[in-house]
Structures are given as C-alpha cells and as structure tokens.
Design a binder for this molecule. Sequence first.
Ligand SMILES: Nc1ncnc2c1ncn2[C@@H]1O[C@H](COP(=O)(O)OP(=O)(O)OP(=O)(O)O)[C@@H](O)[C@H]1O
Ligand SMILES: O=C(O)C1=C[C@@H](O)[C@@H](O)[C@H](O)C1
Ligand SMILES: [Mg+2]
Length: 172
Amino acid sequence: MKKDNIVLIGMPGVGKSTAGVILAKVLGYEFVDADLVIQKEEGKLLKEIIEEVGTDGFIAVENRVNSSLEVDHSIIATGGSVVYGKEAMEHLKSIGTVVYLQLPFEELNRRLSDIKGRGVVLKDGQTLKDLYEERVPLYEKYADITVNEYGLNVEQTIDKILSLRNEKKCKK
Ligand SMILES: Nc1ncnc2c1ncn2[C@@H]1O[C@H](COP(=O)(O)OP(=O)(O)OP(=O)(O)O)[C@@H](O)[C@H]1O
Ligand SMILES: O=C(O)C1=C[C@@H](O)[C@@H](O)[C@H](O)C1
Ligand SMILES: [Mg+2]
C-alpha cells in the first residue's frame, strides 16, 4: 500500500517548515524537515555545503538525501530547490501527496528580506524573480495539490491544505 505522507514543496519562505510542523501536530503525524536531515547526514550547515560544493553540488546532495527518505505518516517539509532533483521528486511522489505552497512573486519578495542568509540556491547574477520563473513550472509539474496561500495566515493555510487533500481523497 502507498505510504501516507504529505510532501510540501515551494519557494523558500512560503512556509513549508512553519506550516509543516503544525500540520504534523494536527494530524498526529511525524514532522521531517528535509533540510535538517541533509544537515545531520552531512554533518554540516546547508550554507557550508553550498560554500564547499557549490549550488550544483548541493542539489546533488539534496537529491540523494530526499531519494532515500523512508518515512510514513509524516509531513515532509522539503528545501525549495528539491524540485531540481528528478530522482528525489519521483521518490517523494511515490511515498506521498505532493502539496505546492504557492505565493505571488511580490508577496514572496516581501517575506524574503535576506535570501542569501537563508542559503538559497541562486546562481551568480540570478535574481529572485529569475529563480521564481525558473522554479514555478517545476513546482507545478510535480504538484498533486496546489495551495495558494496569499492573504492566509498559517492556520488558514493548514485548513486549506487539509480540505484540498480531503477533496482529492473523495474523488479517488
Ligand atoms: N500562511 C503562512 N503559512 C506559513 N508561513 C507563513 C504564512 N504567513 C507568513 N508566514 C511566515 O513565512 C515564513 C515562512 O518561513 P519557512 O522557514 O517556514 O519557509 P520554508 O518554505 O520552510 O523555507 P525554506 O525553503 O527556506 O526552508 C515564516 O516566517 C512564517 O511565519
Ligand atoms: O530554495 C532553495 O534554494 C533552498 C532552500 C532551503 O530550504 C535549503 O534547502 C537550501 O538552502 C536551498
Ligand atoms: Mg524550510
């Protein structure tokens, strides 16, 4: 039987970790932050990994770690760049429902006042807008459910995730 996980994807700062941990409490699930799993497995901070092996190297590490996540009844908050890893996304889709947390660019820009400090995978010269345009098609490609959280607080976002997930379950 397919495992019962919820996998949160989306741009950095959309709230995958913030909403994910509360969602786990509401459902009585485990919470897995893929960024923290990477840090634990590598024994380094994300920003140290990016400094040492560059953005492509980080993406390879992220792809490998996410491809080997074996959890059930868990909310998995992924890193924003996980969608560059084909194997990781195929694995995550096979073990859960992929929920894309979506925000318009302007709102995201407001939230991310210090994006370098968050260790975002930005290539030289790439702006946040470029990154947004590059990634949105990937988030859309892998999403089973898309949740537009514009104007919603964390609790409202969680309610929306749960009601769209129930709708999807009822359709099956
Ligand atoms: N509706 C909302 N849902 C979730 N977070 C929200 C919402 N509105 C505002 N926030 C705020 O947005 C920020 C989201 O940050 P968070 O670290 O959870 O994002 P993330 O998607 O996990 O980013 P990253 O990819 O860098 O790990 C928090 O400061 C949170 O309080
Ligand atoms: O969106 C990104 O590029 C990233 C987001 C973080 O969660 C980390 O996974 C990492 O710092 C890269
Ligand atoms: Mg996070």
